[in-house]
Each structure stands twice: as structure tokens, then as C-alpha cells.
Write a protein that binds this ligand. Structure first.
Ligand SMILES: [Zn+2]
Length: 96
């Protein structure tokens, strides 16, 4: 199931906002995949794109040094989840 508010896959209740009105996930729904660090996100996005996977990222936290986000939430379409997991594993090892 899928929470439209948080773009999260959930099992009955959304773990982020507690939403219980979840709907069936669609293949083209952008779902939260994971959070990566600033130095990982570019590499990850480029690799996904070169594999034909559309990707969206959202910055989180701001570094006092660079004034850029320190972490990025990565969203990919549900239908690309398996492939994304594979690519993540190849690039960064096992997902936590
Ligand atoms: Zn939610």
C-alpha cells in the first residue's frame, strides 16, 4: 500500500504520518526509496538515469559549511524499485 501524503510504501498504516487511508500502489507512483548523503546523491541519480529510471530527490538538512543539503531523500517509481535496489547494492553495498 501507499501513502499519498508522504510518498511512502506502507503496510496498513503509514510509518511517517500515521495515515490509515492508504491506497494500492501504482507502478508509476514515486515512492520513497532511501536517504543518501550529499556525495552519494549525484552518483546515484546519474546511475539510475543511465539505467532509464526516473528519479526525484529532495534535500534535507543544511550544512553550515557548504550551505547545501547534507542528505537527500530519493524517490523512484514503484515499478523501478527492484532495479533501484540492485543498483544501490552495486554502488553502495547492502541497504540498511
Ligand atoms: Zn504518510
Amino acid at each position: 500500500l501507499f501513502c499519498e501524503k508522504c510518498n511512502r510504501l506502507a503496510d496498513g498504516v503509514c510509518p511517517v504520518c500515521g495515515n490509515k487511508k492508504l491506497r494500492e500502489v501504482q507502478g508509476d507512483d514515486f515512492c520513497y526509496f532511501t536517504t543518501v548523503t550529499e556525495w552519494q546523491v549525484k552518483y546515484f541519480e546519474e546511475t539510475l538515469k543511465s539505467n532509464g529510471i526516473p528519479v526525484a530527490s529532495q534535500g534535507e538538512g543544511v550544512s553550515v559549511w557548504t550551505r547545501l543539503s547534507t542528505h537527500y531523500k530519493v524517490f523512484v517509481p514503484y515499478e523501478c524499485f527492484e532495479k533501484t535496489r540492485e543498483i544501490y547494492r552495486i554502488l553502495f553495498g547492502q541497504q540498511e
